[in-house]
Design a protein around this ligand. Structure first.
Ligand code: ZN
Length: 237
């Protein structure tokens, strides 16, 4: 992700009501594929009571920070969701194999982080299918449980993703880690912002994500000491 490309989304991410509005708007599209276990609701919670939280990592796999994040998650026995670019999967197939082998869950994040807000369902489907094919070249048979629209620009994507068996995956907390505000700032935003049942958006790819790795390494033990449990986002289907 170039900073410029993300800057357009910054304002949106910093306006929670708008994000909520997008989620609710998408949630009204009822759609389910035959025999598939997803619907078009954009899920943004764990759906579980109490101090549960789900960590999600976007824009990888990335040769540096994805490996370090996997080391860290393994140390702390945390399972997370990785939202992958098809293009990055092609460059780092062994990391996708590792993500799956270590029990994490895959999410389709398009081939090249396209903004699909105005795309037709047919064009969306072609891109999502191509992305899944690249993932399956790396890990044959791997389950791709979620889809996340780049920039949260959902357009017609939720119903297409659901029809392909992928749950549209939103988030309840973004800390704008792509701006690299400093590890201390990220830690504070995470500790202040995480709420029961929350889905946290972080980035292991798209640039240097060292601050994100260091912030997660500090936040996970603190949250666990406070009684938080790490789990996966809900699937509504
Ligand atoms: Zn992204």
């Amino acid at each position: 992700m170039t900073p410029g490309r993300h800057r357009r989304t910054t304002q949106r991410l910093l306006v929670p009501l708008l994000v909520l509005g997008l989620s609710l708007g998408s949630a009204t599209i009822a759609q389910a594929g035959p025999g598939e276990a997803a619907d078009a609701t954009v899920v943004d919670s764990t759906g579980q009571p109490g101090r549960t939280v789900a960590l999600t990592f976007d824009d990888g796999p990335n040769a540096g920070e994805t490996s370090r994040m996997l080391d860290l998650l393994g140390e702390h026995r945390v399972k997370a969701v990785f939202c992958l670019w098809g293009q990055h999967v092609r460059e780092n197939p062994e990391l996708v194999r590792r993500i799956v082998a270590e029990g994490h869950v895959l999410c389709n994040h398009t081939m090249r982080h396209e903004n699909m807000s105005t795309w037709s369902p047919a064009d969306i489907r072609a891109n999502l299918r191509a992305t899944n094919e690249v993932i399956h070249e790396a890990v044959p048979g791997a389950e791709i449980r979620y889809f996340r629209a780049p920039y949260g620009a959902w357009g017609e994507t939720p119903s297409v993703a659901a029809d392909m068996g992928m749950q549209p995956l939103g988030w309840s907390l973004s800390v704008a880690d792509w701006n690299r505000p400093g590890t201390d700032v990220l830690v504070r935003r995470l500790m202040d912002g995480i709420s029961p049942g929350g889905v946290v958006l972080l980035h292991d790819g798209g640039g240097d994500r060292g601050q994100t790795v260091r912030a997660v390494s500090r936040v996970v033990p603190r949250l666990r000491a406070e009684g938080w449990r790490f789990t996966l986002p809900a699937r509504s289907g």
